[in-house]
Design a protein around this ligand. Structure first.
Ligand code: FAD
Length: 610
């Protein structure tokens, strides 16, 4: 085996890079992170942490720590559309699944709620835990280039403090280096779409606004006011960073006019207008601009180099999908790299990363941009263009007791409904269906029909390629644990029922260090709510093979009672996913596997969020 300085070199310590390092270190892979800056994110950036990402944090054992820094779910979602925070309220939307009509879908769909964590708190949680689990790192270190060869790659790095250039040997490279990715450029990933199609100005400020929001808590409010009405959203934004004394004020600006002025007097006046308090004391902390992109890479990898996060998908913050998708990219990639590095899988498995995550990237780029366009119908209800004060004229029409007003109010209800695709899109967040060589299709399943809108509603299923459905089981202490808690953690799990003893024996016969049988109905994993029985879509003596990232790799819906048949089927499925002959794979307890996952000491989290 050639000598490597590290197994995986990760460029970037943002959500994608830190999450990749955390997962790899947890799985016992040597990983080295580099970032060209001297520390992690220093501004709030991404906040919305959706259920799937919280599930990933839970699997990696850092959910509780992340929650400490978050605005809790129940304070996230009473989003206003108003003339100012103190002014006329035109509409309110229950967002992020907090509404009475949606909260059940969210709690049924996942053991985790949403969290609102500013990126400057999220990154340290990921990064620090990665380092504690053995990941190494170099700040002030710029990645310059790499050369791949048959056994690995040599990357050239530059220490920015001294200018010294040096090389490092690794087996694989992850380019998690953000929207201006050097790695994506270098390996020639084709980024398709449009960059900088609009722009937004942001002001981070401190002011106690609790008197305006305490009775209708929400992390996001939209303000219709003449001083912040440019662009396709056409409204200013007030975004809580820390409830309720640290905020971002934002508004669109015309790029054709150059960079906007952040003159203190002008900014103060704008913030006061958004809040609707002419005497408000504010402390401006920083100002910035960002541009709206709509672009995605056609593929995510070339040879030994893989890109993740904003390096491959670039889109606006609407729908809150950026850091979520970045973390989830890395979670998809990390176990595959771990299995290849440990010799459990053929390197061909790594090709499934791009096949599985690229369609997700394309989908979320389109969704985030469409969420901006979807403000059009709302604006049409609030504003009457051509009038001296379009908002005042629009609101007068909206309040008109006559038939014209009735029509606008009906249009408003529809326009508000459309915003569910931005703010209550549980399906966008949880309904991914992977199709790749790392999934064995179920020939009997046919084409999936969605019972409800696939963007709005999660459809839980054990179809191969879908995320394992969440169902509450009960452990030996009588405490509720999710199906997600008893699977994952770097392992493949074969879920079966009490009737599935043939499968349990098949798993024992294979004796693989990364495969466990979870026999639901036995001590520790009982199903007293009959919850798993309702969602498993298989006979009790059938089986569902779950990958380390919580996605279904394969299933047998029919009962199998014969141990040999179960063994043959399981062996065929696993060999197909991993691309190896399992007879050649090291067995549990052998010297080669002594440092594998179970020794990483990551405890199952039994805490429930809701
Ligand atoms: C205003 C705003 C609000 C947002 N709100 C949300 C939200 O609510 N929810 C959400 O999910 N997303 C949101 N996002 C998006 C989110 O911030 C990004 O999607 C996320 O940061 C992408 O993570 P990343 O790890 O891919 O890249 P980045 O966070 O950009 O990290 C890139 C890393 O690469 C390093 N790097 C770059 N080049 C090199 C090099 N050559 N050598 C060494 N290191 C290098 C950098 O130092 C950095 O560590 C928002 C973004 C913005 C701008």
């Amino acid at each position: 085996m050639p000598d490597f300085d590290t197994d995986v070199l990760v460029v970037g310590t943002g959500p994608a890079g830190s999450a990749a390092a955390l997962a790899l270190a947890t799985y016992g892979v040597r990983v080295h992170m580099v970032s060209k800056w001297n520390w992690l994110a220093n501004t709030p950036r991404a906040h919305i942490t959706n259920q799937r990402t919280v599930e990933v944090l839970r699997d990696l054992g850092v959910e509780d720590e992340a929650a400490k820094y978050a605005t809790p779910w129940e304070l996230m979602g009473d989003t206003l559309f108003a003339t100012s925070l103190a002014g006329d309220e035109v509409a309110r939307v229950r967002t992020w699944g907090t509404g009475d009509d949606r909260v059940g879908d969210y709690t049924v769909g996942s053991p985790c709620g949403l969290l609102d964590i500013p990126q400057l708190y999220m990154e340290p949680v990921l990064f620090k835990n990665a380092a504690e689990r053995g990941a190494t790192f170099s700040f002030n270190t710029e990645y310059l280039s790499h050369v791949q060869d048959e056994s690995g790659l040599t990357a050239t790095l530059r220490e920015r403090l001294t200018g010294r250039e040096y090389t490092i040997r690794a087996q694989y490279l992850i380019g998690a280096d953000g929207a201006r990715s050097t790695v994506a450029d270098e390996i020639g990933l084709k980024i398709e779409g449009e960059m900088a199609r609009a722009a937004t100005a942001y002001v981070l400020f401190k002011a106690d606004l609790s008197r305006y929001v305490g009775h209708r808590p929400s992390i996001l409010h939209w303000i219709m006011t003449p001083s912040a009405n440019f662009g396709e959203i056409g409204m200013g934004l007030l975004r809580a960073i820390r409830p309720w004394d640290t905020w971002i004020a934002g508004w669109g600006y015309n790029m054709a006019d150059g960079e906007p002025s952040f003159d203190t007097e002008m900014v103060t006046a704008k913030v006061r207008a958004l809040v609707g308090d002419p005497d408000l004391d504010i402390e401006i902390q920083s100002t910035s601009t960002w541009q709206v992109n709509q672009a995605c890479a056609a593929t995510y990898s070339v040879g030994r180099a893989f890109c993740a996060g904003d390096a491959v998908h670039r889109h606006p913050p609407s729908s809150g999908l950026g850091s979520n998708t970045s973390i989830q990219d890395s979670f998809n990639l990390a176990w595959k790299l771990a299995y290849v590095v440990k010799g459990f899988a053929d390197p061909a498995l790594l090709e499934s990363y791009s096949s599985e995550r690229q369609p997700v990237g394309e989908q979320i780029v389109a969704r985030a941009n469409q969420s901006r366009v979807d403000y059009g119908p709302l604006n049409a209800c609030f504003r009457t263009e051509g009038e001296a004060d379009p908002v005042a004229a629009g609101l007068a029409k909206l309040r008109d007791p006559g038939p014209a007003g009735v029509a606008v109010r009906e249009a408003l209800a529809k326009a508000v409904e459309l915003k569910n695709f931005e703010f209550n899109a549980q399906g966008v967040e949880l309904n991914q269906r992977y199709s790749s060589d790392a999934v064995v299709p179920d020939p009997a399943a046919g084409t999936e029909e969605f019972a409800r809108d696939p963007q709005l509603y999660l459809q839980a299923t054990t179809r191969p390629g879908a995320k394992l459905p969440h169902a509450w089981l009960v452990d030996e202490r009588g405490i509720r644990v999710s199906t997600l808690d008893v699977t994952g953690k770097g392992q493949f799990s074969l879920l079966t029922g009490l009737g599935g003893r043939a499968w349990e024996k098949a798993v024992a016969a294979l004796d693989l260090p990364f495969l466990s049988a979870i026999v639901v109905g036995t001590k520790g994993v009982e199903d007293p709510y009959c919850a798993w029985q309702k969602v498993r879509e298989t006979h009790e003596a059938g089986a569902v093979l779950v990958r380390p990232d919580g996605y279904v790799a394969w299933r047998q819906t029919a009962a199998v009672w014969d141990e040999h048949e179960a063994l043959n089927q399981l062996q065929a499925a696993l060999s197909s996913v991993l691309g190896v002959d399992l007879d050649e794979t090291p067995k549990r307890g052998s010297a080669d596997t002594a440092t594998i996952f179970e020794e990483q000491g990551v405890e199952l989290e039994h805490a429930t969020v809701h």
